[in-house]
Structure formats: structure tokens, C-alpha cells
Design a protein around this ligand. Structure first.
Ligand SMILES: Cc1cc2nc3c(=O)[nH]c(=O)nc-3n(C[C@H](O)[C@H](O)[C@H](O)COP(=O)(O)OP(=O)(O)OC[C@H]3O[C@@H](n4cnc5c(N)ncnc54)[C@H](O)[C@@H]3O)c2cc1C
Length: 354
């Protein structure tokens, strides 16, 4: 029996690490992904110059080779569920008995045609490879002694993190930051406890970040689109129960509501009975349940449900010496929060590398 993992996201890294369990019962595993794994937990630290792209990446071909998993460096373009076949960007048709999608997300409401100030370069916050292209251009300006004007569109925690780290980097280069957040609604980071929202807003203002309302954007050199995440269009092509933003509807076992041979996890899917925020942490935590359930489904055994914790620690990277840690209604803004995040992120990457 052949199981195909589409996309080397957080959860599929975990499944690849468990490949021996599949091999022991005669199951073969293939991972299809054209790129490397890019860890978004380190992306905002990349903006501040704390990490390079290499620090935040894992070579999927090497990882698969280390665990005896077949790797195909291609994108899945389409799915023929009747024939149980994936259509790949290299022209191959790849058959499957079970297929699991962990293809992440794209920047919501983003299009290269989005309106912007005249002359501004437009960048989506995801995929992280796009953010890394922005960093290269941004660093060239700083080296030339220019502080580029940057507008970050969005009012979630990612927009705040992106703006804070860009402002830090400009200040560290001895220049005056010209960074603004173009708010989509009245409240910044509304998912945070009220006190943390206020502390974050105050921190941004002291770092020279301006908060502006929609429509009030002044001229900008760069516009970064961080107005949320949505499932990639591929998920709609499956012809299964699906939401255009949330992605494929799955049970808490990560199995599709309407096709038992299809699983999906991470940002490209949502548990219909309890939709979760689009965060890498659910892919990391859900990987063991996905592994167990792919093994069980292949052997006709009962599946197990993923049970998310009521609270989990989340830490915003604001500069090399500033983080905002949030756990339920408790929060802490300070240097130790950032050190803890650095420790967690480096430990995760070390554990996931081959
Ligand atoms: C700037 C930024 C910072 C963030 N920080 C955090 C954080 O600190 N903590 C946190 O929990 N979340 C964070 N997030 C959210 C996080 O990015 C996502 O929730 C997470 O990346 C989702 O992981 P995933 O496993 O679903 O997919 P991803 O890790 O995005 O991986 C998807 C993979 O699928 C591949 N792929 C895509 N399409 C195809 C295809 N058609 N065929 C084959 N392969 C394909 C891609 O190449 C990629 O390797 C952040 C997001 C952003 C934008």
C-alpha cells in the first residue's frame, strides 16, 4: 500500500521521522514538495537579522533520504480522486492508496494586483521565501544608508511582529524607521488579552511604528501583505467538503469528512467541529495523531481524535531582545520571552533535522 504526503509542512516532518513504523508493516511513503521546509516561527527573527534562511530551513530531500522515504521535488497541481492519482508539476501522474495534504497557506486577500501607493513593491507575508526576497531588497537599502518606507497591511499579531522587527533593524542600522501598520479594523492583535494588546501597541509606538486606518496610507517603498492566512486553491480542486478560506473540512482525526482516503492537516485544513487558529503549533502537535491514523487507516483499524490543549504558549518575536509571551490570559513582555522563543524554535529545528 502506498501513502503519499503532499507538502513538507510541520506535521509531515513528524510523519517522515516516524517512517520506520510504516515500513515495519509493509507501507511505502512518498513526500511530494518542490521546496525546502521553511519554519515560519523564525521568519520574523529573520527580519531582525537574528536568523538566516538556512537557520529556518530543512532540506526535504535530505530528510527523506535519512528516513527511507521517497521524495519527489514537484508540486501537486491537481487530484483525480476517482483514479486515486495526483497530477504533478513535472508531468507525472502519481497513484496513491491514502493521501495526506500539509500544504500550508497563502496570504489572505493578496493578489499581485492589490491596490498600493504608486511605485510600492508588494510582498505577501507567506510563503516565507517571498519574505526572504523582501529581506534581501530591504538590506540593500540599509547598506546604502536608506531607510525604506514600509507599510504592513493587517492588524493581527503577524503584522505587529513584522513591523516591530523591521523598525528594530532600521534603528540598529543607525537610521530613522519609516514603518506603518495599515489597520484593517479598530483593534491591533485582538486575539491577545487586553493588557497585552495595550503593551504591544505602546511598544510599537515607542519603536517608531505608526498605526494608521485603512485608506490613510502615505507613499511607501514597500507594502507587506499580512492580513491573515487562507488555504491554497488546490484544496478546492479536490471536490470535497471545503471552505474557501479555512480549507478542507476534516474530522478531528485529520480525515476528510467526505473521502476516507484523504487526510489534511495544518493551515490547509480545518476541523469542522472545532476550527483552530492557523498556527504551526497545531501541525507540530497533531503530527503524532496523523501518523497513528495513517497507519490505522491503512490497516483498517479505528482512528484517534486530536485534542488541542485549551491554552498553549505563544511568543511574538519583537526584536533580538524583546518578546511578548502569552498563555491564556497571562502575558509577559520582555527579554526573557524572546530567549524562551529562541530556545523553543532552535530546539524544534534541531529535533526535525535529519
Ligand atoms: C511571518 C509569519 C510568522 C509566523 N509565526 C508563527 C509562530 O511563531 N508560531 C506559529 O505557530 N505559527 C506562526 N505562523 C503561522 C504559520 O506560518 C502557519 O500556521 C504554518 O506555517 C502552517 O504550517 P503548515 O504545516 O500548515 O504548512 P507549511 O509549514 O507552510 O508548509 C507547507 C509546505 O507545503 C508545500 N506545498 C505547498 N503547496 C504545495 C503543492 N501544491 N504541492 C506540494 N507541496 C506544496 C510548501 O512548499 C511547504 O513546504 C506565522 C506565519 C507568518 C506568515
Amino acid at each position: 500500500m502506498h501513502i503519499v504526503l503532499v507538502g513538507g509542512g510541520h506535521a509531515h516532518l513528524g510523519v517522515v521521522h516516524e517512517a520506520a513504523r510504516f515500513h515495519r508493516v509493509g507501507l511505502s511513503l512518498t513526500l511530494v514538495d518542490a521546496g525546502d521546509f521553511c519554519y515560519s516561527g523564525m521568519a520574523t527573527g529573520m527580519l531582525a537579522g537574528c536568523y538566516s534562511m538556512a537557520d529556518a530551513s530543512i532540506d526535504l530531500a535530505q530528510l527523506c533520504a535519512a528516513f527511507g522515504v521517497r521524495h519527489i521535488a514537484a508540486q501537486v497541481l491537481d487530484v483525480d480522486r476517482q483514479q486515486q492519482t495526483l497530477i504533478l508539476s513535472d508531468g507525472q501522474a502519481l497513484g496513491y492508496d491514502l493521501v495526506s495534504f500539509n500544504v500550508g497557506s497563502v496570504a489572505a486577500h493578496w493578489s499581485p494586483e492589490n491596490s498600493r501607493p504608486e511605485g510600492a513593491a508588494l510582498w505577501p507575508v507567506k510563503p516565507i521565501t517571498e519574505l526572504s526576497r523582501f529581506i534581501a531588497v530591504f538590506e540593500q537599502s540599509l547598506t546604502a544608508g536608506i531607510s525604506p518606507s514600509v507599510t504592513v497591511v493587517g492588524d493581527g499579531v503577524t503584522a505587529a511582529e513584522v513591523a516591530a522587527n523591521i523598525a528594530y533593524r532600521v534603528t540598529a542600522a543607525g537610521l530613522q524607521p519609516r514603518v506603518q501598520i495599515q489597520m484593517q479594523g479598530p483593534t491591533l492583535a485582538k486575539q491577545l488579552p487586553a493588557g497585552a494588546q495595550q503593551a504591544l501597541k505602546h511598544y510599537l509606538l515607542t519603536q517608531g511604528v505608526t498605526l494608521i486606518n485603512q485608506g490613510a496610507v502615505t507613499a511607501s517603498d514597500h507594502m507587506i501583505w499580512a492580513a491573515g492566512l487562507q488555504a491554497p486553491p488546490l484544496m478546492q480542486r479536490l471536490g470535497l467538503v471545503n471552505h474557501p478560506v479555512q480549507g478542507l473540512a476534516v474530522h478531528s482525526t485529520w480525515q476528510s469528512l467526505s473521502d476516507k482516503r484523504v487526510f489534511a492537516i495544518g493551515d490547509c485544513a480545518y476541523i469542522a467541529s472545532m476550527p483552530l487558529a492557523k498556527l504551526g503549533v497545531h501541525g507540530v502537535r497533531g503530527a503524532l495523531v496523523l501518523t497513528r491514523n495513517l497507519l490505522a487507516a491503512a490497516q483498517g483499524l479505528p482512528l484517534k481524535a486530536y485534542r488541542p490543549r485549551a491554552f498553549y504558549l505563544s511568543i511574538l518575536h519583537l526584536s533580538p531582545s524583546m518578546g511578548l509571551a502569552v498563555f491564556g490570559r497571562f502575558w509577559w513582555l520582555g527579554r526573557y520571552s524572546r530567549y524562551v522563543k529562541d530556545w523553543i524554535d532552535r530546539r524544534f529545528m534541531a529535533a526535525m533535522r535529519p
